[in-house]
Design a protein around this ligand. Sequence first.
Ligand code: NDP
Ligand code: 2IT
Length: 452
Amino acid sequence: MPDAGEPAPLQQFMDGLIVRNPGESEFHQAVYEVARTLLPYIDRNPVYRELRILERMTEPDRMVSFRVSWQSDAGEIVVNRGFRVQMNNAIGPYKGGLRFSHTVTPSILKFLAFEQTFKNSLTGLPMGAGKGGANFSPKGKSSAEVMRFCQSFINELYRHIGPNVDVPAGDMGVGAREIGYMFGQYKRITGSFEGVLTGKGLEFGGSLIRTEATGYGVILFLAHMLKESGRDLTGLRVSISGSGNVSLHAAEKALQLGATVQTLSDSSGFIHDPDGIDAEKLHWVRDLKEVRRARISEYTEQFPTVAFHPGGRPWHVPCDVALPCATQNELGLDDARCLINGGTIVVCEGANMPTELNAIELLTEAGVLFGPAKAANAGGVAVSGLEMSQNSARLSWTLADMEDQLEQIMTDIHHRCVEYGREDSDRIDYVAGANIAGFRKVAEAMLAFGVV
Ligand code: NDP
Ligand code: 2IT
């Protein structure tokens, strides 16, 4: 957060934001990270300041909150709270995931929706920004309970979304199963088969490689970062946190490009396999997480030479590449020190805002390359954008088409970061590059609309 040494305009901007959004620390953090790199750019383009573009971008167009009542298998009535933050639709319909987790708060959804504004713009596709979810965790629930929850959630959300209005998708706790239940309920209520959600099953309007796209995209972006600094992934030791959608697909692509993946985790702890989690072991983990929905600690029962570290994070294991792919603020200052001491050359964010601000500063000062989430993990929403296009055109593109387009989009995003983030010293500040490149397009659209 800002300290007394910040320039006055940044301090003033943040003071105002904090007063308007009391106690929302994650939202403050995300906005501060963007504002401190953007304000110098805005100073050079005063029209953005005069027309209060950043102030308008940090105030959601609207945010709905609603009751979600459902019945457990034991017959008990449970009441959760659902949300949708419609952040900005200057460049396209609101677009962004739904998170189902007991940790969901308005602050977390506002930070995610704010990040999504820049991320979606960076993809080059016509997508505005939103985020939603509920303080409901599918973990430990039966599929019948998850179905009843999803149906009740859509009974309210359906009136706020639509293929030209707001197109949700998955995020933490929301995968193919949940999207299927929600799409089915939307179709039942409205009687209309339309591309209102992305991440759908391939049989009913889903797109090839949407499931894989976020994790694959992270590795494609990482490969560009390494290439720009004269390296490649072959033989590098990669530490990954999480064992969900993003983590497992990042691991798969990293293996394909010749890296050794040595860690995975969940909220109970991490496993470190010094021999590497090869394709066969990864296949076993996919079954563990996606079919059996079990815990990563079971890895040690299948592969008894490997240790499980309860409660820990993988950042104390020396690695060349660190990929935080689990959740926000999972890589702090001490973790950054360990990575630097262990010889890490690059940190690339798969999760949204996984690295604390002071950790980013320390890594950057130490010369560690840093790939921010809004650029590195944009492959998922990019393929969601392509799913929307396919739904509108009522056709399905081939695997080769999709792979080419994902690769091209990640190349273009990297290019935009380099274009706006290259410093006089030739160092590339990917954080500034992503923020400025993402901002420009949305800001220009907002200028065109006048004061709204
Ligand atoms: P999943 O629900 O598939 O997996 C989340 C993983 O993170 C699980 O292994 C989970 O463990 C772990 N995790 C959650 N909370 C914590 C915690 N407090 N400490 C340690 N581990 C934790 O989610 P995704 O893989 O889809 O999402 C992961 C991240 O990537 C999120 O930040 C999300 O916003 C971001 N993202 C996702 C995209 C997508 O397309 N899915 C697109 C872009 C970004 P456990 O099972 O114990 O909870
Ligand atoms: O954070 C993200 O970009 C996502 N959860 C994906 C959103 C989407 O609409 O595919």
